[in-house]
Design a protein around this ligand. Structure first.
Ligand code: ADP
Length: 319
């Protein structure tokens, strides 16, 4: 294998740059040219593909976001659009592609692999919602960012005896919320993996003496409900001041923490080595501290992500 390409797609995550760098440096180490595709699948279609030199990835290890840019490009679901993308790659004699992104991006990588163009997926998302890996690149950095916010909200909500609802990202995955609830000492956690009983929450919040404190922190995953409206209902029903804070995109930004830099570096090296061994249509993960690879199609169609019931039990014991 002589030439490969790398792109970042979907929501950005801290550590994506570290992964791109690792792919470029590993390629260079083995005499493989590495091309960078701008703006994910959009740039692949529009032929925005350029050779990455050593200096292009210098000083990138510690930078948040992705210097290649990312984009949502729903038209990539169309076969003719993907055909053009494959032609663009083949015109440059590029033989394989590393895709760094979430499960939507994996769908694109799967489709390209099925068209005869081998892809390797790296899990890059703060949501930690990708099957076949214990951790995604960006998740633990985002956890630290969320915790900074939770700590600050604790200061103000305890000073004012206020109920603080904190909406945390994760799409349909409660990992970030649950970890933040444990590490941030929240009183309540609302996550997609567990049924949400609003009445029970309001009853509990309305009885501060049973809680033994008058302020409360409630961590809730995005998409569960309208968090602002929930705060209003809680305030009306309990007579206690309640405020919603939607953390939003600040959770995606910032320099990757050490763990994510190490993870992204390991996975980037592994992806290139898998391609050198002739693998395609695989996605990379870390499970029980071991780098692993799975069939990308199986990963998105049949593999399940286990719910962290033990962490949930831990949370329940500590409130
Ligand atoms: P994420 O990768 O973070 O889950 P998205 O779900 O937005 O983000 O997916 C990123 C991109 O992957 C989409 O904008 C689209 O270009 C591509 N994609 C998503 N689903 C498919 C699919 N079924 N077939 C081909 N490409 C897809």
């Amino acid at each position: 294998i002589k030439k490969i390409a790398v792109l970042t797609s979907g929501g950005d995550a801290p550590g994506m740059n570290a992964a791109i760098r690792a792919v470029q440096r590993t390629g260079m180490h083995h005499g493989i040219e590495v091309y960078g595709v701008m703006h994910g699948y959009l740039g692949l279609y529009q032929n925005e593909i350029k050779l990455l030199e050593r200096q292009d990835v210098a000083n990138m290890l510690n930078r948040g976001g992705t210097f290649l840019g990312s984009a949502r490009f729903p038209k990539f679901k169309e076969e003719t659009v993907r055909q053009q993308a494959v032609e663009n790659l083949r015109a440059l004699d590029i033989e394989a592609l590393v895709v760094i992104g979430g499960d939507g991006s994996y769908m694109g990588a799967k489709a390209l692999t099925e068209m005869g163009f081998p892809c390797i997926g790296l899990p890059g998302t703060i949501d930690n919602d990708i099957p076949g890996t214990d951790y995604t690149i960006g998740y633990l950095t985002a956890l630290n960012t969320v915790l900074e916010a939770v700590d600050r909200l604790r200061d103000t909500s305890s000073s004012h005896n206020r109920i603080s609802l904190i909406e945390i990202m994760g799409r349909h995955c409660g990992d970030l919320t649950l970890a933040a609830a444990v590490a941030g000492g929240a009183e309540y956690v609302i996550i997609p993996e567990k049924p949400f009983d609003e009445e029970a929450l309001i009853t509990a919040l309305g009885n501060p003496s049973a809680r033994r404190k008058s302020h409360a922190i409630v961590c809730i995953t995005e998409n569960m409900t309208d968090t602002e409206a929930l705060a209003k209902r809680i305030e009306e029903r309990t007579g206690q001041e309640a405020r919603a804070t939607i953390l939003g995109h600040i959770q995606r930004g910032g320099a990757p923490r050490g763990f994510d830099r190490v993870l992204a570096s390991q996975m980037g090296v592994y992806a290139v080595e898998l391609l050198m061994q002739g693998h395609g249509g695989r996605c990379v993960g870390i499970q029980s501290n071991q780098l692993v690879h799975h069939d990308i199609i199986e990963a998105i169609t049949t593999m399940q992500r286990p719910f962290k019931q033990d962490l949930f039990n831990t949370f329940k014991k500590l409130v």
